[in-house]
Design a protein. Structure first.
Length: 307
């Protein structure tokens, strides 16, 4: 490693956390669906607590919505600012619940295999936002007890809160067990062990302490080293996307990282020592006919990503 690559920050060991033997259980599956990462019991418990709180907040938001619709909107004279205040509270409850729900999905993500559950689990916050505000908006604009000015004020606030709640509830970059497994497999291929690096101010974990992104992150003078589980417990849930650049900065041999990163990007990288490899094109394994009419069976060639 050159002098320019030597780390300038102090490297500290991450604090150990209680760990169950089942937290890193490997499941043998096909190349496209191999899952080698699983949330630990501690991570599952933390995610469950976030989900419980999110549900409580969402139920409170829906309860206030029904109160506004069936109590406040039924009065002959509607208190505009009371209704506006209640709508703001509904939005705040929905948004906070969605933020906690999304956080729980990063800690304990769903598997992409069950597409319906994966979609519902990751977009549930958006569904709740629609349920909390669309009926409310309908009753605002069809209410006969409000004049045009009242409908305009309450309607604008409701639309704004709905937009904020819906935007917060939509997950456009959903985490999955398969993604976390691919990240873990790549780290094992490139580093040879479950060891990654991060800082307090960063949002992802990295391959080694010498990478430029770690040296630039200014919120901490320390670089933490630990396992992937420890990095995720610290809020760094995924591997950086600059893996090719970092592999070079870490001094990893190009013959090791090139094919591994290609398979990681395709989502087909198996764990070191497993039989999972990139799926073979059927045409590559078909029989080839020689000039004299004899059939010469071709052999499957696979890339070795463990060197």
């Amino acid at each position: 490693m050159s002098d320019s690559q030597k780390p300038k920050k102090k490297v500290v060991q991450a604090q150990s956390t209680p760990k169950s033997a089942s937290s890193t259980t490997t499941k043998k599956k096909s190349a496209n669906t191999e899952i080698t990462w699983q949330a630990s019991p501690e991570q599952k418990a933390k995610a469950r607590n976030f989900r419980i709180i999110a549900f409580i907040l969402w139920l409170a938001a829906l309860g206030l919505e029904f109160w506004v619709i069936y109590k406040e909107f039924q009065k002959p004279e509607i208190n505009t600012w009371l209704v506006v205040g209640l709508i703001v509270v509904i939005g705040a409850l929905a948004i906070t619940g969605s933020l906690l729900w999304r956080k729980s999905n990063k800690i304990d993500p769903a598997s992409e295999k069950d597409k319906v559950r994966f979609f519902v689990q990751n977009q549930l916050g958006a569904f709740i936002a629609a349920l909390a505000f669309l009926p409310l908006l309908y009753f605002v604009f069809t209410n006969k007890n409000m004049d045009t000015k009242q409908k305009g004020i309450i309607g604008v606030v409701a639309v704004l809160m709905f937009g904020g709640a819906f935007y917060t509830g939509v997950e456009t970059n959903a985490a999955s067990q398969e993604q976390y497994s691919q990240d873990k497999n790549l780290v094992l291929h490139l580093n040879g062990k479950d060891e990654v690096y991060w800082t307090a101010g960063g949002g992802v974990y990295h391959l080694c302490e010498a990478v430029s992104d770690l040296q630039r992150e200014s919120q901490s003078n320390e670089i933490v080293v630990g396992t992937i589980e420890q990095a995720q417990d610290a809020g760094k849930h995924r591997l950086t996307k600059k893996v090719a650049t970092e592999a070079r900065q870490c001094g990893i041999d190009e013959s090791v990282y090139t094919s591994a990163i290609e398979q990681w990007e395709a989502g087909t990288l198996g764990a070191p020592g497993s039989t999972a490899t990139t799926p073979v094109d059927p045409e590559e394994t078909s029989d080839e006919t020689t000039d004299d009419g004899a059939t010469d069976e071709s052999t499957e060639e696979t890339e070795d990503t463990e060197e």
